[in-house]
Design a binder for this molecule. Sequence first.
Ligand SMILES: [Zn+2]
Length: 189
Amino acid sequence: MDAEVYRVLLARMLSVEVQRWSTQISFHGGGFRRVRKLSEAFLETAASNGVNRALVAVDNDGGSKKCPEHEHSHTPEQHGAKEDDCRVCWLSQAVPASWKGTSHRACIVVPIQTLETWLLQLRGDDFGGRPPETRYHRSQLKKQFYGHPLPPNARCTQLALEQLARPDALDRLRERKSFQHFAAQLQGW
Ligand SMILES: [Zn+2]
């Protein structure tokens, strides 16, 4: 579901058709650690198959004392040494140098806590009078967005895409600093 949400988001932000490139490298079931572990191999294989733009994303899974939000002033070595440090900085270290120039570009996307936080923001849900960045519980966020019990994957994707189809979707998302960081990386794509 996340991959499809990101595909549709990229298409809207860039005003172009975006296709997901498929490979035998599977990220399934391994969570954020698997994404980081396989990113280098994935990007290098993609480059050798003619792909030159990529989106690499994990959830933030933050808390009041772990995974702080990314700041412009961060340096990956200093702020991304461990997985509980800034996830943007942590993940960016898995992007090979060949993907950090002008010919090949990878954007690092880490929504606040989970992708569902962005979806709840889009839908205009209440975060208990607090900033969405301070709502940490993944399962609660997912239940709030999809309902309980969790519907099948196809229905979850449908619910997410309904929110992305809102005319004001990008404006609403740009209210979040984590989304601004995503959008800023697409300059020149
Ligand atoms: Zn950072």
